[in-house]
Design a protein around this ligand. Structure first.
Ligand code: ADP
Ligand code: ADP
Length: 224
């Protein structure tokens, strides 16, 4: 995956500006709370309009203010997983998982739901309602749903923040393994260096709405 970004976004009390080009299958976005990580994610996913600039994914413009291009979120094929799994509360685990999958053409379905359920250990949960699930189980369902939508990119914003440590380090290797197995590039957002080292190779560091560094993850670890 190659991502070329030059965007500006201004709120009343916060201005975000980023210019970078990054290539790889596992990109990290690192920085303290309030540094603009989520703003970047929302801009990439098309969930927030930028003020100016461009976003090119694999050479294709998703947003380009000069040419009036702004691909709507649902056409970007970018899946997002938030800190708290946003599942459809009235649907079963199975229906949540297959939500995006059922909406894509049969010929485009590369990923086998049964295989995915095996990887994520979701089999025993399929018939259950989502309200009875634990935090870790909910997050695995959210991940499975995102993967089954066949995105060309997955954005994860603090996906395991708030889960207990044991669970966290059970889930992260799952995620890594799943994306590798299905060849889906990942942008992983976190304020945790440990998570960065587990999940990413190349890291963009933000502070107060500005990109302050771009480096390999081990380089980042040495500087901390
Ligand atoms: P991070 O994800 O690194 O914690 P965010 O991108 O969520 O950072 O937020 C960066 C700053 O942008 C915050 O300090 C917040 O004040 C501001 N911000 C985020 N969303 C809005 C909004 N909808 N309206 C006004 N300000 C916002
Ligand atoms: P919880 O939030 O209840 O701790 P977990 O995500 O830890 O949920 O796991 C729930 C269930 O998923 C476990 O009881 C187990 O059956 C299955 N599971 C989790 N991790 C693994 C694993 N590494 N290997 C096999 N099964 C697992």
């Amino acid at each position: 995956m190659k991502l070329e970004v030059s965007v500006r976004k201004r709120y009343e009390n916060f201005s975000f500006e980023a210019d970078f080009s990054v290539q790889g299958a596992r990109i990290g976005v690192f920085g303290p709370s309030g540094s603009g990580k989520s703003t970047l994610m929302h801009l990439l996913a098309g969930l927030l309009p930028a003020d100016a600039g461009f976003i090119h994914l694999d050479g294709v413009p998703l947003y380009q203010s000069a040419r009036g291009i702004e691909v709507p979120a649902r056409k970007r094929r970018i899946a997002v997983v938030f800190q708290h799994a946003h599942l459809f509360p009235h649907l079963s685990v199975r229906a949540n998982l297959l939500y995006g999958y059922k909406r894509i053409a049969r010929a485009e379905r590369r990923i086998d739901p049964d295989t995915l359920c095996e990887v994520l250990h979701l089999g025993p949960l399929l018939g259950r309602g989502v309200n009875a699930l634990s935090g870790g189980e909910r997050q695995r369902v959210a991940l499975g749903r995102a993967v089954l939508a066949h995105p060309r990119l997955i954005l994860m914003d603090e996906p395991v923040t708030g889960l207990d440590e044991g669970l966290k380090y059970q889930i992260l290797p799952y995620l890594k393994q799943t994306f590798a197995a299905f060849g889906i590039p990942l942008i992983f957002i976190s304020h945790s260096l440990t998570e960065m080292r587990l999940m990413t190779d190349e890291v963009l560091e933000f502070e107060d709405g500005r990109l302050t560094a771009q480096s390999g993850v081990e380089d980042l670890a040495r500087r901390r």
